[in-house]
Design a protein around this ligand. Structure first.
Ligand code: NOJ
Ligand code: CA
Length: 528
């Protein structure tokens, strides 16, 4: 493996919190969340114990894809406030012991970006990938005076930046080499964008579609080379910053240069098995396109933690000490924890698992109070990707309190970015703060336990005792974790658990070599 500077020390202790800025807190009553809204809630995030926030894109954008269509990488979208407001957020967050990461959309821009506006009228421009008339499938006809068509990266309005092709061919001139002028200019731009934000005190980036840069790139070799080059640059100029990839294949992305990669609903040879065994799509059933497996966190108990454990083991052994795997509760692209085959009753066990497994936990805003995934919402800013894939359901406004609009905004309800969960018993931060037995308090205690117990972090060993219902493992030779996400009671044999001191436990009995877990029970014990 290429040798990089070790990841900044703070990363091993990171507990990520993902904020979808549109939906977190609206400070000026226009119905859309903003920077000042986030700043106003930093006390709460610090109380919860999360220490690294990542924000979905907050840059100038026509918002065809909720900001993943960037029209200016160096300026923020006015709907979130000004650059000064972002600077204040970052500064205040720092005072609260919280780092902030932005989202780097590296593979494409908006078709409204000045680079693309220029390219569509300039046949010599090579910042994007253009093919002549009659070009191959997937290209989109030029909207400008330039003839031919361009290659999109996701939606048609997101033209792929040109980082070249892994395999060139003389008969297909659009397959430019990775070291030609356009790709070189784009690589330099990525550095410029990173340098700009890191210079303002940001702590790094979550990198969108990080695997997508070089086209037709067998083994992702050339794409990896780009990230390796960027990591070396980062090691030299911003050694305290981190790059966290949306790649889904840590065994490839971390050796390429990322400090960490997410286990996702897609990716690589494991094809997202790790998460597919845990989480499903948002429309009430398991996503057939992605998820032929039963979900481990299924109340009926049809799944197994084994696909997850195996995918994790494979990736973790490749990574060694060189980087981390991040495990999200959910995100803005797939279902919340509380949806589909799962029920709110399972969430404590899910967090007990997530916050004691040797990955870096990433909590998606609202999952810590068990916000529900709302099926069937109208599409909003590119949220609908197909009849069975609507992302709006996991992007609804944060539920703060019992006030109007759940404390999210003072705008009229029909002006909110997305509708709120309409149910009268929707969970809120305020109600859960007032109740020591709530999920929110449990998540806070689990984060604190992890922070105070290095064995529970990514560096501690893990020995899997029972990969079934219940899922049982020992961290650092000293901490026994029992998780039963199914409704039914479950038990297994284990001789080493007698006399363990419960640090956090509900519904677990350890007796005469048997661990019994009530339905949805979980526990963390310090072994004698
Ligand atoms: C992945 C992002 O998470 C998703 O929300 C977006 O639509 C695509 N990349 C395109 O940028
Ligand atoms: Ca606002």
């Amino acid at each position: 493996m290429t040798s990089f500077r070790p990841a900044p020390a703070w990363l091993a202790d990171a507990v990520f919190y993902q904020i979808y800025p549109q939906s977190f807190a609206d400070s000026n009553g226009d119905g859309i969340g903003d920077f000042d809204g986030i700043t106003a809630h930093l006390d709460h995030l610090a109380w919860l114990g999360v220490n690294t926030v990542w924000l979905n894109p907050c840059f100038v954008s026509p918002f065809g894809d909720a900001g993943y269509d960037v029209a200016d990488y160096l300026d923020v979208a006015p709907r979130y406030g000004s650059s000064d407001d972002l600077a204040r957020l970052v500064d205040e967050a720092g005072r609260h012991g919280i780092r902030v990461l932005l989202d780097l959309v590296a593979g494409h821009t908006s078709d409204q970006h000045p680079w693309f506006r220029a390219a569509m009228d300039d046949p010599a421009d090579d910042r994007y990938i253009w093919a002549p008339e009659g070009s191959p499938d997937g290209f989109v006809p030029s909207p400008g005076t330039r003839p031919g068509a361009y290659l999109p990266n996701f939606f048609a309005f997101q033209p792929a930046l040109n980082f070249g092709y892994g395999r060139t061919h003389p008969a297909e001139p659009w397959r430019g080499p990775v070291d030609s002028e356009g790709p070189r200019a784009n690589r330099a731009e990525l550095r410029r964008v990173m340098d700009h934000w890191l210079g303002l005190g940001l702590s790094g980036f979550r990198v969108d579609m990080a695997a997508s840069l070089v086209k037709d790139d067998p083994g992702k070799k050339e794409t990896a080379a780009i990230w390796t080059e960027l990591r070396h640059w980062l090691d030299g100029t911003h050694p305290d910053a981190v790059l966290l990839s949306e790649w889904g294949e840590p065994e490839v992305s971390v050796p390429a240069g990322f400090h960490a990669d997410f286990f996702l609903q897609f990716g690589g040879p494991t094809d997202g098995l790790a998460l597919r065994s845990l989480w499903s799509n948002g429309e009430g059933t398991v996503n057939e396109a992605w998820d032929p497996l039963d979900c481990f966190f299924d109340a009926e108990g049809r799944g197994s933690p084994r696909p997850f454990v195996e995918a994790w083991r494979g990736a973790a052994s490749t990574l060694g000490e060189d980087g981390f795997i991040a495990l999200p509760t959910s995100n803005h692209d797939f279902s919340r924890l509380n949806c589909g085959p799962r029920t709110a009753g399972q969430l404590p066990a899910a967090f007990a698992f997530q916050l004691t497994w040797p990955t870096l936990p990433a909590i998606y805003y609202g999952d810590e109070i068990g916000m529900r995934h709302l099926p069937g919402l109208p599409g909003k800013e590119g949220s609908v990707l197909g009849p069975r894939y609507n992302r709006a359901g996991s992007r609804t406004p944060m539920q703060w309190d019992a006030g109007p609009n759940a404390g999210f905004s003072t705008a009229p309800a029909d002006r909110l970015y997305l509708p709120l969960d309409p149910s009268p018993d929707r969970p809120t931060v305020a109600a859960q703060l007032a109740d020591d037995t709530s999920l929110l308090h449990l998540v806070r205690r689990l984060i604190a336990l992890r922070a105070g117990t290095p064995e529970l972090g990514p560096g501690g060993s893990v020995e899997v005792v029972h990969a079934g219902y219940p899922f049982v493992y020992v961290r650092g030779g000293r901490y026994l974790v029992v998780v039963n996400p199914r409704r039914e009671q479950a038990s297994c044999r284990y001789d080493g658990a007698e006399g363990g001191r419960p640090l956090e436990a509900t519904g677990i009995r350890i007796d005469a070599g048997t661990i019994s877990a009530r339905g949805f029970g979980y526990g963390i014990f310090e072994l004698a």
